[in-house]
Design a protein around this ligand. Sequence first.
Ligand code: AMP
Length: 222
Amino acid sequence: MKIIFFGRPGSGKGTYASRIAPHLGIVHIATGDMFRAEVATGTPLGKLAEGYMKAGNLVPDDVTINMFKERIAKDDAKKGFILDGFPRDLEQSHALEKITKIDLVVNFVIDEDIIIEKALARRICEKCGNIYNIADIKRGNIRLPPLLPKKEGICDKCGGNLYQRKDDNYETIKDRQDTYVRQSAPLLEYYRQKGMVKDVSVIGGPEQMVPIIIDVIKKSIK
Ligand code: AMP
């Protein structure tokens, strides 16, 4: 299975992909995580990417596409993958088309104001990258409960400290949303015209959403 998880930054793609990929026996490839790892280890690629990430802008296509090509060529990607955060513009989608054929695009639908509230409350484990969220959002039929660690500030999985991602501040979050509308949303229309998109409304937390998403995937890819 070759699947793209699409949607606004902060729509929950990373959380869902990290849970659903192992369930389906495929790998989760997140270009944002790859860039953050490069920044953390101070590689030349990380140094180049950092400024763009801080500003909420896309890292240039040539750099991103090269990094992606190296990742997708690894053996573990042969059994299938969920792409999270790639492709993000038309040039990246054309590069992807040259590499492989995608079965399905799952598009996560959620309002920008909810995303902003949720993104400001996101916490990440500095050691293993596990994601938590301290916001408790209730609006209409939408109920996004917090995803709390058992012990405040400490990762359940590995005991690492939880931190707020540097680019999870209001200005950057808003800039990332604007970048999505400007550069990524047109890509969604492109996939929609090809009949590849299934929309999934984000109405609940991961416990509620994961089975819904797995169901959509299984019904769409026979
Ligand atoms: P994410 O965790 O997916 O929200 O990505 C964090 C940041 O990494 C983005 O705001 C971009 O600066 C950069 N980034 C991640 N994926 C891509 C991509 N496919 N193209 C360009 N920049 C990306």
